[in-house]
Design a binder for this molecule. Structure first.
Ligand code: PBG
Length: 329
């Protein structure tokens, strides 16, 4: 609704000083909005740089309490664990995913014991860090098997719940897994474990650095287009979300982030469910490299994150979590 016009109406008036810009501001970013991804590696006292992600490291589990202390001091509500699995422990069916002493389980146990419910713990439900072919599910005759994969994902979910995971995040994009995982959780009385469904995960070109970080990049056979979504679609995203809500998702994720702000906005409008955005590794590295090379202003980090809030996201998984949290303080 336009209630006046130039020259009596001048929108620039509300922008004249910082204090008025702050008063009319429609969206804010706070530390409450941040989820920090943490990469895990074998060994002791290990902090290994990830080449394609400047400023991001893989940590051995003994160093995780230090990482958690820092996240807590930055008032970050939740962290997400991702393992770099020793290649010798990978096989075609991702057996290591069900090892109750794998890196993710170790991290969950240590952090839950030391920090109780001070910080949220989120884990990926998918097989890609554990399979020798780098896919999220079982591969047979060049096909990713849906129902057979779900049976393993259920076991992986129950294991992670038992180890202390607060928020299970299935990122595998198999059909029907939310329903089956929820049912299995209920049967085992894990009534309080949240399901954050990667309901809308695109077969994106922005995952490269992450795949390096978890060691699945070089081994990945083909692409993930038969299970992750076509980058051209948006109605299909709404169908995915509507199904996952019916199946028992508490929160839905849109991934990647910046190229899919329209999708976040549509989902929020239509379903009024908490929507999280994942600012993925490729987005991180683009911005980070641009800043490091002095091509773009460091405030681009804030700009990228506030755009998720503007679109309707409740929280953002971002490798910038610590860096931006310090500024927000
Ligand atoms: C796979 C998974 C991926 C990411 C999180 N979980 C990548 C993929 O589908 O290959 C990507 C995250 C990122 O790029 O930061 N289960």
């Amino acid at each position: 609704m336009i209630t006046g016009k130039y020259p009596s109406l001048r929108l620039r008036r509300n922008r004249k000083f910082d204090w008025t810009r702050r008063l009319i501001r429609e969206n804010d970013l706070s530390t409450n909005d941040l989820i920090l991804p943490i990469f895990l590696t074998e060994g002791k006292h290990k902090k290994i740089a990830i080449q394609s992600m400047p400023g991001v490291f893989r940590y051995s589990v003994d160093l995780i309490p230090k990482v958690i202390d820092k996240a807590l001091s930055n008032k970050i509500p939740m962290v997400a664990f991702f393992p770099y699995t020793n290649p010798q422990k990978k096989n075609t069916i991702g057996t290591e995913a069900l090892n109750d002493n794998n890196l993710v389980c170790q991290a969950l146990k240590i952090v839950k014991k030391k920090y109780s419910n001070e910080i949220g713990l989120m884990t990926d439900v998918a097989l890609d860090p554990y399979t020798s072919h780098g896919h999220d599910g079982l591969l047979k005759n060049n096909k990713i098997l849906n129902d057979e994969t779900i049976e393993i994902l259920i076991k992986q979910s129950l294991l992670q719940a038992e180890m202390g995971c607060d928020v299970l995040a299935p990122s595998d994009m198999m059909d029907g897994r939310i329903k089956k995982i929820r049912k299995a959780l209920d049967q085992k009385k894990f009534f309080d474990v949240q399901l954050l469904s990667y309901a809308v995960k695109y077969a994106s070109n922005f995952y490269g650095p992450f795949r390096e970080a978890v060691g699945s990049k070089k081994i990945l056979k083909g692409d993930k287009k038969t299970y992750q979504m076509d980058i051209s679609n948006s109605n299909e995203a709404l169908r995915e979300v509507s199904l996952d809500i019916k199946e028992g998702a508490d929160i839905v994720m849109v991934k990647p982030g910046l190229p899919y702000l329209d999708i976040i906005s549509k989902i929020k409008d239509k379903f009024k469910i908490p929507v999280f955005a994942y600012q993925v590794s490729g987005e991180y590295s683009l911005i980070k490299n641009g800043i490091n090379k002095n091509i773009i202003n460091p405030n681009a980090i804030y700009e990228s994150l506030i755009s998720f809030k503007r679109a309707g996201a409740s929280a953002i998984v971002t490798y910038f979590a610590n860096e931006i949290a310090k500024q927000l303080d």
